[in-house]
Design a binder for this molecule. Sequence first.
Ligand code: FAD
Ligand code: SF4
Ligand code: SF4
Length: 428
Amino acid sequence: MTDNGNNQDVLVLGAGLAGIEASLLLAQTGRKVYLVEKTSYIGGTAIKFEEVFSNMECSTCMVAPKQQDVLSSDNIELLTLSEVEEVQGNFGDFTIKVRKKARYVDMVNCIGCNECFEPCPVSLKNEFEEDLSQRKAIYVPCAGALPNVPSIDTENCLRFKGEDCQACKEACMFEAIDYDQKDEQLELKVGAIVVATGFEPIDPKNTPEYGYGKYNHVYTAFEFERLFATNGPTEGEIVLKNGEKPRSAAIIHCVGREQKGYCSSVCCMYSLKFVHYLKTRIPEIAIYELHSDLCIPGKSYQKFYDETMEMGVELIRAKDIEVVGQDQGEGMRVKYKDANNEECEVSVDMVVLTSAIGPRTDASTLAKVFDIAQDENGFFKEEHPEITSIVTSKKGVYIAGCAQGPKDIQKSISEADAVVGKILSTLT
Ligand SMILES: Cc1cc2nc3c(=O)[nH]c(=O)nc-3n(C[C@H](O)[C@H](O)[C@H](O)COP(=O)(O)OP(=O)(O)OC[C@H]3O[C@@H](n4cnc5c(N)ncnc54)[C@H](O)[C@@H]3O)c2cc1C
Ligand code: SF4
Ligand code: SF4
């Protein structure tokens, strides 16, 4: 607190790359930051990716140093498993109520050895892995998640359902498991707020014509990211659910774009990234990219596109796309109309859907809590789309990254930097 009552501290909501960038920069200037993240780990969506366009850099190599900096910063108080429940006050003087759920594992005593997982008798689908692998009721979402401290899922843990299980506690040599931990209600005082809660892809069940959920070998983009990830369910091997390698794949662009009414701006680029993924692991695979338009903006993206084309991919301008299962065998036919309105089809072993990016499902709740406006698509609304895209309708509450609208990592990070500039120049 300064003498004039202007609180210099900042609350950052969401520990994806945008939230992490804003927190680290603010912390470097000596500001105290409360980084509030609702999951048990930090890094957001980008930690699901093995590599990122446009230079196919290893995602972990890019994200892990930032995660470590957050964990070691004296100026950042990281609150995982936490959500904001109430916000009162104004720029320079906000009071925020945060609910911090118990992890039931002591952050100091735990060394992250994972010995407690195996004896847990509960086995569940791992949501982080898009249900492609199993997890226990005590777990970390994936190898390398940070903080590398498990949490207990009380909805599924036998002990929290009234049974007398303490298998995980008995397996832990470091006395890190603490069933008596309680949820906490915290009251934080800050001068400014950064909302960086990111995005959610649209549910492919809303586009039944592509056969997701009906045919085994239709995958969402996130599922495909995890199939390629070396810390994922297949340790990076691209195999179908029957264990076989696909010999052909169709990547369908713009899934849900018509429903949403906007271009998600990153799907074309990550579709091209998927060509790199497929050709790296299965060089002989035949790939068809079915697109309505191609969105390849910016100086480095054109080069990436040219390189991808050289890898061997058939680009097809298509509309009225439909995925149809075969009567026999596991393959599928992808039917479409080409640029001349001719009915065409390709037969493939695998289909990958690149879903439109939408706002978080809880965006309207958050908008009420923070008293900020949403746009017609449900993203948090900027004061002016061209000149003040990080400023909201509430003074002192800023937005960065995909919480404001679909964008790539570079732009998400640039917005976070811009937010920090605004805060440092106004909250003085
Ligand atoms: C399949 C796919 C592949 C992609 N590949 C690339 C790529 O190769 N290169 C590239 O540049 N971009 C890529 N992108 C885009 C990239 O994912 C985004 O630009 C980036 O993740 C945006 O970061 P963010 O911090 O805004 O959001 P997120 O990464 O979504 O992080 C938001 C964080 O906020 C947390 N959160 C959400 N709600 C709350 C709440 N109520 N309270 C507290 N915390 C909350 C979340 O748990 C999460 O940790 C891809 C996107 C998709 C869908
Ligand atoms: S809780 Fe104990 S057993 Fe489990 S990861 Fe931590 S130190 Fe290892
Ligand atoms: S108490 Fe039992 S069921 Fe619950 S997390 Fe530990 S081992 Fe699993």
